[in-house]
Ligand binder design. Structure first.
Ligand SMILES: [Zn+2]
Length: 200
C-alpha cells in the first residue's frame, strides 16, 4: 500500500511539527543566529515510520524511554521544499504554519545562506516569531478553561460556575468541600456510636 499525501498530511496535522528553529551564538553565521526549517512527524509504530521514510525521505530519530518509544521523522530543507506544497491542500490544523514555512523556504532559496540583508533577516525573524506565536495560541487555547454550567453549592447554597478544567466540581470552594467532608465523617461517627448503643 502506498502512503498518500492525504494520509501524510493527516499525520502531520495530528502528530507533526512545522516550525523554524533558531540557534544563537553560532560563530560562522551572520549576527550569530542561524534559522533552520523543521518538518517532522511522530508516531510509535516503527513499520509505519519506515514506510514513510522509504517513500518520502527524511531521517528517523527516536525519543523517549524504551518502553514508550516515539519515532520522529525529520525532513531536510530540500525535502520540505519538495513535499510541503503537495501536502498543503490536505493540511487542516497546520495549514497556516505550512504557508509561513514555505514562504520562508522560498526566500531562503532565492537569496542563499550568505549576504543576508537586514531586511531579509527581519523577514526570517518574523517567520520564526509567527510560527512560535501560532503554537503558543493553540496551546493556551486548550488550557484556557471554559464555562460549562452553573451549580448551587450544597453547603453554602451559593451559585457557582463550573469550568471545563474541573467538570465534576460539586462545591463552590475548598472550604465548603471540607465542611461537607467533616459533616459526612461526623455523621458516620454519630451513626457508628448509635449502632454501638443499639447493639448493646
Ligand atoms: Zn459553598
Amino acid at each position: 500500500m502506498e502512503i498518500t499525501y492525504q494520509y501524510l498530511a493527516g499525520l502531520i496535522d495530528g502528530e507533526g511539527c512545522l516550525m523554524i528553529s533558531k540557534a544563537t551564538r553560532i560563530a560562522e553565521a551572520k549576527r550569530g543566529i542561524k534559522f533552520c526549517p523543521v518538518m517532522s512527524v511522530a508516531n510509535n509504530y516503527l513499520p509505519l515510520m519506515e514506510k514513510i521514510m522509504l517513500q518520502f525521505g527524511g531521517k528517523i530519530r527516536n525519543q523517549g524511554k524504551p518502553i514508550q518509544k516515539v519515532y520522529n521523522i525529520y525532513f531536510s530543507s530540500n525535502e520540505i521544499r519538495e513535499l510541503l506544497p503537495k501536502l498543503l491542500p490536505y493540511l487542516i490544523v497546520k495549514k497556516s504554519q505550512a504557508e509561513i514555512l514555505l514562504s520562508y523556504l522560498e526566500k531562503m532559496q532565492q537569496n542563499g545562506y550568505r549576504n543576508i540583508s537586514d531586511e531579509l533577516f527581519a523577514f526570517y525573524e518574523e517567520c520564526y516569531e509567527k510560527l512560535k506565536q501560532i503554537k503558543r495560541i493553540r496551546f493556551d487555547y486548550d488550557k484556557t478553561p471554559k464555562e460549562i454550567g452553573k451549580l448551587i453549592c450544597p453547603i453554602c447554597k451559593k451559585e457557582f460556575i463550573v469550568f471545563s478544567n474541573h467538570p465534576h466540581k460539586k462545591f463552590c470552594s475548598t472550604s465548603c468541600k471540607l465542611k461537607d467532608c467533616w459533616t459526612r465523617s461526623n455523621a458516620r461517627i454519630r451513626q457508628d456510636k448509635l449502632d454501638l448503643v443499639n447493639r448493646n
